[in-house]
Design a binder for this molecule. Structure first.
Ligand SMILES: Cc1cc2nc3c(=O)[nH]c(=O)nc-3n(C[C@H](O)[C@H](O)[C@H](O)COP(=O)(O)OP(=O)(O)OC[C@H]3O[C@@H](n4cnc5c(N)ncnc54)[C@H](O)[C@@H]3O)c2cc1C
Ligand SMILES: NC(=O)c1ccc[n+]([C@@H]2O[C@H](COP(=O)([O-])OP(=O)(O)OC[C@H]3O[C@@H](n4cnc5c(N)ncnc54)[C@H](O)[C@@H]3O)[C@@H](O)[C@H]2O)c1
Length: 493
């Protein structure tokens, strides 16, 4: 035995790449980063699969689906007669439990295993560049984990609770309680007017709660085209929700009668539960960011290679909600693919011949090493009823960005496919066109089942397909997508 050999510290583990957070984003980073032979570990403090699997996308969409199916049946004579009641809440909650895998992550752990990714259970904290402490929540035991090449942060986001007197002690729901509730409250007040508020108002109205939505601004879903908020608002009101626009909650208290919300109008709303849906912040407060020169709690700003811009050395990356770029699973996974590919190319032995200084650095926008779509081509579906599907820029955003713009709108209910799909189909489609290049900058669809229409628009936006060529993409008859033809005719083709 040589005297000079350093002692092996059994509590220290070294991997080529360490990913923090095993949500959908972290899992995808780890998968891509490991594809060229690098050793990869992912650290997870809760459940492998993250927010989307257990408290966000999957359970929330399960809560919404039954109501949508019933509404679709009610809109078609012959099927409508068979619908004799509302949704069966208990069965909806049971299906939701299945969609959330009963909050058991063994299936996803198996997937990590199969992909050759090491799972380290515990909360990670930086102690220095490429060095982390991982602490087991149960035993409190800490391990040192060292990344030979890169750390990728994918720790997601957490709900923001406004600093309202009485709110914190009124046991408010966040999206976690709303998506995992095991009973339906008789009444539910929702603070907020964004995506969570709109979706959960729809779901809980379907489930039989008396829902009151308290929106601070002048409209629901304010970041989207104005006709979106109008359509969702009027549908929610028709379904029995009480929607109040332009109101502030001033204080909250819980007593024997439930939660009392005192509004700026002087009114008091009383509900069994209150859901706070006022946005999210990056989950970085307890990450020890100060040990690498960053502000704890701040978002991790990245460039299009997903490299954290404020840290030198090319070892720190981030993807998903923690970056504050786009807070959806699909876009986070896109960023994850870019981050993973960049790390694999830069640091693996083969690297596809694209090491540091090579093609990864020189890569152009729209190459696999640049998350170009994050800027002006982001798709999103809001699973309200009517559904909302959007991609790219709204009219306002396009004008603000300096594009010469023309908007074409069409009533989706006028196409033959919509008449077949549902009696009295109501919906709107709009495209935002760059009149100089004659390409689609953005598209918005509102109406039953428009979610599945979205990818056609995403391809048009990402591909910057000229309208003159889109003209040759012939929509099948009689489908709802025939609205594309009407939109192009509306533009003058
Ligand atoms: C109610 C709701 C519904 C939604 N519906 C949709 C939808 O339909 N479609 C859609 O695309 N998006 C939806 N979203 C958004 C989507 O859930 C997020 O964009 C997505 O979960 C972000 O993924 P992520 O991997 O970045 O973060 P997360 O899913 O939050 O994963 C981060 C992981 O990191 C772990 N972690 C955090 N800190 C540490 C640490 N210090 N050490 C170790 N591990 C740590 C966490 O435990 C977590 O598992 C919804 C969000 C909400 C709130
Ligand atoms: N279908 C989907 O893709 C989906 C579904 C749900 C959530 N998400 C993602 O989750 C993220 C969080 O959703 P969210 O709805 O919580 O946030 P959001 O940012 O969409 O909306 C927040 C809402 O709360 C309001 N608000 C903020 N502070 C307030 C205050 N102090 N008092 C009253 N109102 C206040 C805002 O005006 C806004 O209406 C979103 O970025 C969204 O992309 C996506």
């Amino acid at each position: 035995m040589t005297q000079t050999e350093p002692e092996h510290d059994p509590s220290e583990q070294t991997f080529d790449v360490v990913v923090l957070g095993a949500g959908a984003v972290g899992e995808n980073v780890a998968d891509r980063a490991g594809r060229r032979g690098l050793s990869v570990a992912v650290v997870e403090s809760e459940l492998v699969g993250g927010e989307c699997s257990y408290w966000a996308c999957m359970p929330s969409k399960a809560l919404l689906r039954s109501g949508s199916v019933l509404a679709a049946a009610r809109a078609v004579p012959g099927a409508a007669e068979a619908v004799t009641g509302g949704v069966a809440a208990r069965a909806v909650l049971a299906r939701r439990d299945t969609m959330a895998a009963d909050w058991d992550d063994s299936g996803q752990v198996k997937w990590l295993d199969g992909a050759g990714i090491e799972l380290l259970r515990g909360a990670a904290r930086f102690t220095g560049p490429r060095r982390l402490e991982v602490r087991d929540a149960g035993t409190g035991a800490a391990t040192t984990v060292v990344a030979r090449h890169a750390v990728v942060v994918a720790t997601g986001s957490e709900p923001v609770l406004p600093d309202l007197p009485g709110l914190a002690t009124a046991r408010p729901w966040t999206s976690r309680e709303a998506t995992s509730a095991d009973r339906v409250p008789g009444s539910l007040a929702i603070i907020g007017g964004g995506v969570v508020a709109a979706e959960m108002a729809t779901a809980y109205t379907d489930l039989g709660s008396r829902v009151t939505v308290l929106v601070r601004g002048a409209r629901l879903l304010a970041g989207l085209e104005p006709f979106v908020g109008e359509a969702v608002t009027s549908a929610l009101v028709d379904a029995g929700a009480d929607l109040r626009l332009g109101v502030q909650v001033e204080r909250v208290e819980r007593d024997a009668s439930g939660v009392r919300l005192h509004l700026s109008t002087g009114d008091v709303v009383v509900a069994d539960e209150v859901l706070v849906a006022t946005g999210r912040r990056p989950r970085t407060a307890d990450l020890g960011l100060d040990a690498v020169g960053l502000e704890p709690g701040s978002r991790l700003e990245v460039d299009d290679r997903m490299q954290v811009t404020a840290v030198d050395g090319g070892w720190l990356y981030a993807a998903g909600d923690v970056t504050g770029r786009v807070a959806t699973t699909h876009q986070g996974k896109y960023d994850a693919r870019v981050a993973g590919d960049v790390v694999a190319a830069r640091f693996s032995a083969d690297g596809g011949g694209e090491h540091w200084g090579g093609p990864v650095e020189a890569a152009e926008p729209w190459s696999r090493y640049r998350a170009t779509a994050d800027h002006e081509a982001v798709p999103q579906v809001v699973f309200t009823r009517p559904e909302v599907a959007t991609v790219g820029l709204t009219e306002d955003a396009a004008r603000d960005a300096g594009y010469p713009v023309r908007v074409v709108r069409y009533d989706i209910g006028s196409v033959a496919g919509a008449a077949i799909a549902a009696d009295g189909y109501q919906g709107t489609a709009a495209i935002v066109v760059d009149t100089e290049r004659e390409v689609v900058l953005g598209a918005t669809f509102v109406g039953p089942d428009v979610a599945e229409m979205l990818h056609s628009a995403t391809i048009a936006v990402v591909g910057q397909v000229p309208l003159s060529r889109l003209w040759h993409a012939v929509p099948a008859y009689p489908t709802v997508s025939e609205v594309w033809l009407r939109l192009l005719e509306g533009y003058g083709l």
